[in-house]
Design a binder for this molecule. Structure first.
Ligand SMILES: C[S@@+](CC[C@H](N)C(=O)[O-])C[C@H]1O[C@@H](n2cnc3c(N)ncnc32)[C@H](O)[C@@H]1O
Length: 318
């Protein structure tokens, strides 16, 4: 297992300063995933209200063989792989076709990847794993090559991008992909508001802990003093933008200092920081978004209730 790339502390400091001094304020969701945040995300995936993970897993269990056969790939490049819980549904068929298949998880959370890599090597004899620890928005230039690669972006992580960010991301991905490569994207679909909102407001409060952990990450990295008990978790469906928006709301008037970057911020009661968006998609629009970025939709796999979908795409031949 080799590790390349790094997550620069200066980038973190700059991103946090930019976000907390912007209007409206925001924090980049990639910073949720320190070791604690990655574990909390795994706990979210097990929640009864959080349908995306188990729905996507069921779709992969049913269609993984077919997806791999259509991609005819000998390498799987997984963006934002986290703990790689669903990856086996793609790796097992890939290894049946190609005993020396390669797995390249591209992930910002080193702790999540190293645990996952060890487990996958144990479970899939012959699998070669080349992790890339870093930012998938920045570090895709140097990926291992293969005759044909399947790029997978699961868990509806693509929904964390705004439409403009998603477009730019897909254009960038298109530049590093070869004509033989395929792209598999897991997306959450538009559905009833109550079901959507419940998934981000679980009764056990795990999503609230996940959300507030972002403040703990900022405290640790930038010598800050966010008092986590003085912040409330907020998540609601924004119908106009068609996304779930997650925020942190100040419960009282408070001053926060981030000593490492000399930043002091005063928050009034009710002031909010946006911490994540999670877009919900429709098939026709997603197909158009793909073509606008130079991809064509080649396959669509969904559950019977159309809660979640996996879109299989290739570069459009131009
Ligand atoms: C919503 S979770 C999905 C995890 C897993 N793919 C799944 O389906 O359960 C997003 C994952 O992407 C990673 N991630 C988020 N932003 C990232 C970035 N900019 N670069 C690399 N990894 C990122 C996080 O650390 C996390 O593991």
């Amino acid at each position: 297992v080799s590790v390349t790339g790094a997550s620069p502390a200066t980038q973190f400091a700059q991103d946090i300063r930019d976000g907390l001094t912007a209007e409206p304020r925001y924090l980049h969701p990639k910073y949720f995933y320190d070791e604690v945040g990655s574990k909390l995300f795994d706990a979210i995936c097990e929640l009864p209200e959080y349908y995306p993970t188990r729905t996507e897993a069921a779709i992969l269990a049913e269609h993984g063989d077919q997806i791999v056969a259509r991609a005819a790939a000998s390498a799987l490049v997984e963006l934002g792989s986290g703990s790689s819980q669903k990856t086996g549904f793609l790796l097992a068929p890939m290894l049946r076709h190609n005993a020396g298949a390669l797995y390249v998880p591209v992930e910002i959370s080193e702790s999540a990847v190293s645990e996952a890599a060890e487990r996958l090597i144990d479970e899939h004899p012959g699998l070669r794993v080349v992790p890339v620890i870093g930012d998938f928005e920045a570090e895709l230039g140097d990926l291992p090559t293969a005759d044909a690669r399947l790029f997978a972006f699961l868990g509806s992580t693509i929904g964390n991008f705004t439409p403009a960010q998603m477009h730019d991301f897909l254009i960038g991905l298109g530049r590093v992909m070869q004509p033989e490569d395929s792209l598999l994207i897991g997306i959450d679909l538009v559905k009833d508001r109550a079901e959507l909102e419940a998934a981000y407001n679980d009764s056990a409060g795990v999503t609230a802990r996940f959300n507030k952990n972002l403040l703990a990450v900022v405290n640790r990295e930038l010598d800050g003093d966010f008092a986590l008990d003085d912040w409330q978790h907020v998540a609601f469906f924004d119908e106009r933008d068609c996304w779930i928006e997650m925020r942190l709301r100040s419960a009282r008037a408070q001053r926060v200092e981030l000593r490492a970057i000399d930043l002091t911020i005063d928050f009034a009661p009710g002031d909010e920081i946006r911490s994540e968006i999670s877009r919900k998609f429709k098939r026709a629009q997603f197909g158009e978004d793909l073509s606008a970025a130079g991809f064509s939709l080649e396959g669509w796999f969904s559950d019977n209730d159309e809660r979640f979908a996996l879109a299989l795409a290739q570069l459009s031949s131009s």
